[in-house]
Design a protein around this ligand. Structure first.
Ligand SMILES: [Zn+2]
Ligand SMILES: [Zn+2]
Length: 302
């Protein structure tokens, strides 16, 4: 089973810190590199983390606060200098397209195609491997959370079975798996001849929740996720500040994770008031044991 890789490119909220860049995350799977938020400094974080800054195909901007999208411009400028050819798709809330295009037109003039898509509740992207859905969060301005869901599998291709039957390796394998009938030396073969249905499984699920107050939608959309990544700007002792600025505390994030029955919670988007991310983890673990703070460049695989 191919691993899904998550890399935390930055973990700070609102302002960068000496040892933390602004919060953003990259999920890599099946040749796709999906960037969630692109704050200032993201291109350098990509370089340091050994993620190619040329190979991202989709960017999801949760909302149009500066600490979540201002890195787009420098990054696009670098890719223009490097003569990127492939299309880049940017998903952003309503109004994002005009804002981003205006700056790009006056400054960079990208040499490659940029496709803009407006984020609305529901399905944003679906392919043979996974889908991405969005749901609205509760922040000062329109802001969205994202659900990455690997497609459910009805089983797995069994190479040994195919070889035993004398089916030559290559395109015939994928033809059979897609449900087509293949004839070799007058003999007909179909999917069930080369497929192991005992490997049936539910696809893995990752939820990325940036700036928000705690929300029922986060529980319903995060239900049974393998990984929940949730903002944790403040600690409970600054709860008033969290309420005023539409953010969450570590404890609140843990309550959401617990109610959603996720396997693991990862906290990020820390306020500069608390430089020690372990404090967030400590607070969250009182409510939900499988809570973890992350540092810039931490990587996890599922
Ligand atoms: Zn933020
Ligand atoms: Zn914000």
């Amino acid at each position: 089973m191919e691993k899904i890789k998550i890399c935390f490119l930055g973990t700070s909220g609102s302002v960068p810190q000496k040892n933390k860049n602004f919060a953003s995350t990259i999920i890599s799977f099946s040749g796709n590199n999906l960037l969630f938020d692109c704050p200032e400094g993201t291109q350098r974080q990509l370089m340091i983390s050994n993620n190619s800054l040329m190979r991202i195909n989709n960017v999801f901007i949760s909302h149009l606060h500066g600490d979540h999208f201002l890195g787009l411009f420098g990054w696009i400028a670098t890719m223009t200098l490097n003569q990127r050819k492939e299309k880049l798709t940017i998903f952003s809330p309503k109004g994002g397209r005009q804002k981003i295009i205006r700056i790009l037109k006056e400054t960079i003039k990208p040499c490659f195609e940029i496709e803009f898509k407006e984020i609305k509740r529901g399905l944003l992207l679906k392919n043979n491997f996974f889908e991405i859905r969005a749901f609205p969060l509760k922040h000062e301005i329109a802001c969205y959370g994202f659900v990455f869901k690997e497609n459910d599998k009805d089983g797995e291709f069994d190479r040994k079975k195919a070889e035993k039957l004398g089916i030559p390796a290559g395109p015939l394998y994928s033809k059979l798996v897609s449900g087509k009938i293949v004839t070799i030396n007058g003999k007909k073969f179909c999917k069930k001849d080369v497929f192991d249905y005992s490997k049936k499984r539910v696809g893995r699920k990752i939820v990325v929740i940036s700036d928000t107050r705690p929300l029922k939608e986060s529980i319903t959309n995060g239900k049974n996720a393998d990984i929940m990544i949730h903002e944790s700007t403040h600690l409970e002792e600054q709860k008033e500040r969290a309420i005023e600025s539409f953010h969450s505390t570590a404890k609140e994030a843990a309550e959401i994770a617990k109610k959603a029955c996720v396997k693991k919670l990862f906290l990020f988007h820390y306020s500069a008031r608390n430089n020690d991310e372990k404090e967030f983890e400590k607070e969250a673990r009182i409510v939900f044991k499988e809570s973890f703070c992350v540092k810039d460049f931490d990587e996890i695989e599922i």
